[in-house]
Design a protein around this ligand. Sequence first.
Ligand SMILES: [Zn+2]
Length: 301
Amino acid sequence: MSFASETKKEICREELKNSCCRKAQAYGLWLFTRGFSLQDNAVMTENGSVARLMAESAAECAGVMAEMSVSMHRKESGVYTLSLPGEDNRKRLLEAFGHTGREVNLRLNRANLENECCMRAFIRGAFLSCGTVTDPQKDYHLEFSVSHRRLAQDLVTLLEEAEGLSLQPSITRRKGGCVVYIKDSEQIADLLTYMGAPGASMTLMQAKMVKEVRNYVNRTTNFETANIDKTASASAKQVVAIHRLQETVGLDNLPEDLREMAYLRLENPEMSLRELGEALSISRSGANHRIQRLMEMAKTE
Ligand SMILES: [Zn+2]
């Protein structure tokens, strides 16, 4: 099951207590679908819980019976089709929420959000019927697909007003309709919790944390690898120089401080300057100084 389907299922599990909220949720559920019309438009959803909630809410809030059927197109999931047979039934549903179905511009009727508690219920309904959220392993993206531009703008305003959230939704056109979307992972997590999907929110935050840890580890190991390469190539040059001295002046003829450094480096090409210094009980810069003297000597020999 997709992350979006899991999320919707989780939201549907919470039953709203207040009748004002159940109405607001029903409004959100129907308003954003093709079924909110005088015409006989079927509503399709892959989510059984959403289909059931829509049918129940139409019965509870408008006293109309939706017809529901399911067809199994694919092995793992079916497609649920809801329809409201009879124009009088469709009219009754519209009127229950203060609409006529003849509006030129479909707008949000705030009268259906009676109390402060109802905003959350409405947003839940809207997300269930026209929203989706991308698997956080792939991307951070939550969106509402809205056919009417003014209605999309009303939804943006409402999301911005939602109490306790600092949502900054964007809006764009797609396929003749509009998409209201959020890309910020924290805003998405907050909205999921707000709508009643704390489990999905947690999954998102965990995915984000794993991603951050992975990036951090990659940055650290890349940095280390780069430093090891640097040490290795510097050390290789030093070893070449010391071999050259070995063949020309002979290491045993070097002054004592350079001789011990030359042997130490030959035996330990992986050591950093700091480690070379430690082995001889001198500072890093002392070790560097001796190495540089060896390199200089090898150049002139
Ligand atoms: Zn309420």
